[in-house]
Ligand binder design. Sequence first.
Ligand code: NI
Length: 387
Amino acid sequence: MDIKKEVSSIKDYIIELRRHFHKNPEPSWKEFETSEFIKRELKKLKIPFEKIAKTGIIAKIGKGNRKIALRADIDALEIEELNDKEYKSEKKGLMHACGHDGHIAMLLGAGKILKKYESELKGEVRLIFQPAEELGDGAKEIIKDGGLEGVDNIFGIHLWSGLETGKISIIPGEIMASADLFSIKIKGKGGHGSMPHQGVDAAVIGASVVLNLQTIVSREISPLEPTVVSVGKIVSGTRYNIIAHEALIEGTVRSFNDEIRQTIPERIKRISENIAKAHRAEAELEYIWGPPPLKNDTESAERAKKCAKSLFGGDSINNPIGKIMAAEDFAYYLKEVSGIFVFVGSGNKEKGTDFPHHHPKFDIDEDALFVGASLHIKYALDFLNKN
Ligand code: NI
């Protein structure tokens, strides 16, 4: 099969799909119309499918013992789009600002071609349309519902505006961090601002906790282990002359090292509880575990590199974006089966598609869809043809 020729022949189809999804963004776990649209498309393509994980879909092409999964996430974000394009979001306050619209389109495009050559496939290609990536828990639900059963290897793509169109970043090992959420409630005692000695000021204690949390990374963790403890939200008090009786602190923890990550809740708890105690207050920690660090399999990375090289030449892959502290729930799949998550460049200055992900002016260079769809097909074929 001449993959590039096949994908070129359906380029308009893929772009049309992407624009449809871009115009109709839906937030995590509410991808109802998106899911229905994908099902209608799969029906047209005569690809059998099943509903999974509420708004998710699993579609299967080919049969056999060997099984490769290709994944696209389908949710959008609560952002008001500031682009003025003909395919601009038609839903107020919602936008595909991470490129997941492109991910769905690339996977449907790849599915269309793979279906055409179904009789030649030496195994099963499973298409996973996954909800709720932005919440970091869609992948977990797909696994829980058996979506990965029997799968030997998984391949995923993220379009990336920080990488030029035509370039592909494929890195073995840990490339994305874990992402957990914590929330600390400081319980003090309210009172009149003019008589602070009668209260227990939760605002002052909260401020002290925020400052001291900084010592986890700077004083307790080896400088050779990239770790982040960031406080993003502090809420305390109701009025300028009232002693705050409560303070709420929320933050995120990131790490590439799962062992270090496991020690962080205890550190946050020790610091916040003891500071609160020192000031006659109480602290309560809630720690919510998110996706683990994303670890790419070395052999799969080699396979993906070979695929990229044969399709687009060696220059296309010599542009790693490096590790990033952002997270991806694709990491859950890689805990279950071997596989690889790659970044496909969609940044193009002239086309104005180099805004960062989650920016209200984020957009993708649609030429990148051709690269991604081709790569999906090539990786699946190479994996199934092994041995
Ligand atoms: Ni994303």
